[in-house]
Design a protein. Structure first.
Length: 267
């Protein structure tokens, strides 16, 4: 997911509050003594004892609210980073525009929100090692007649605004209807107001997996990889985040998280 437009009104509403609708603070294992956690490793947290994470909620299955808590694939990873920092996890619900431009990092230690790693973004923020591959897919209703991008031309195709899916549609000559978020995009597809949707395989595949009226018709290898964004030059934080990701990879936890949220077909 990678909007490129400047922060919108959504930023003013979302980034100004620390999850007023449910700022999630998870207590990590180990607790803390009241001093800034992991200070001995050169890490200074925005709020002592807490790892403050910016995320654009909801974006199922990466981050969304369920039973009063924020859960999802990214949140499982965030909780583990906090655990390794001997800190609590505090999630700030921010606009993705603020996250992808790096603005969100003025109020957060890191951002975890299905962020595609790009050269443009690397010029204003640092990234962890990739933790997931996430190419694009075209999904459509069974009776739409859409089997590929050529079929989609002239049909009603939806994309999330300012994302790689929107860029790809434009490159392929498709005049797509743009939606503010993937939730609205999927709702339009389910309601039949659009014939097809173009976006990341992970989130669209999750959204249609239990709907027999919808199907994934074509995948596109764009080479997208997701990473955790970190303030430019914060080598100590990058080292700690990468150590957590390596641990999760080596002990099988990352694969387990993927299977939990995306199913057995997860990459």
């Amino acid at each position: 997911m990678q909007p490129k437009s400047p922060a919108t009104a959504k930023l003013a509403v979302k980034a100004a509050s620390i999850l007023a609708v449910g700022a999630l603070t998870l207590t990590a294992c180990g607790g803390n003594s009241g001093a800034t956690p992991a200070a001995k490793d050169g890490i200074q947290l925005i709020e002592s004892g807490k790892l403050t994470v910016c995320s654009d909620v909801p974006y199922e299955p990466f981050e969304f609210q369920k039973d009063g808590k924020i859960v999802g694939f990214d949140m499982d990873i965030a909780a583990q980073v906090a655990k390794d920092l001997n800190a609590e996890l505090s999630v700030v619900d921010s606009s993705f525009e603020a996250i992808e431009t790096g603005t969100a990092l003025s109020q957060c230690d890191v951002s975890i929100s299905s962020i595609s790693i790009t050269d443009t973004r690397k010029s204003v923020m640092d990234f962890s090692t990739p933790y997931m591959d996430d190419d694009l897919a075209l999904v459509a209703s069974q009776d739409s007649g859409v089997k590929n991008l050529d079929d989609a031309k002239g049909k009603k195709v939806g994309v999330q605004q300012a994302t790689t899916g929107a860029d790809y549609a434009k490159e392929k000559g498709i005049d797509a209807q743009q939606f503010e978020d993937t939730g609205l995009l999927v709702q339009a597809l389910q309601a039949g107001t659009i014939d097809a949707a173009l976006g990341n395989q992970s989130v669209l595949g999750y959204a249609i997996k239990d709907d027999s009226k919808l199907k994934s018709v074509e995948d596109y290898s764009t080479g997208e990889q997701l990473g955790i964004s970190i303030k430019k030059g914060n080598a100590a934080m990058a080292e700690k985040v990468n150590a957590t990701l390596k641990r999760l990879t080596d002990d099988g936890s990352l694969k387990k998280f993927q299977t939990t949220w995306f199913g057995d077909a997860a990459k």
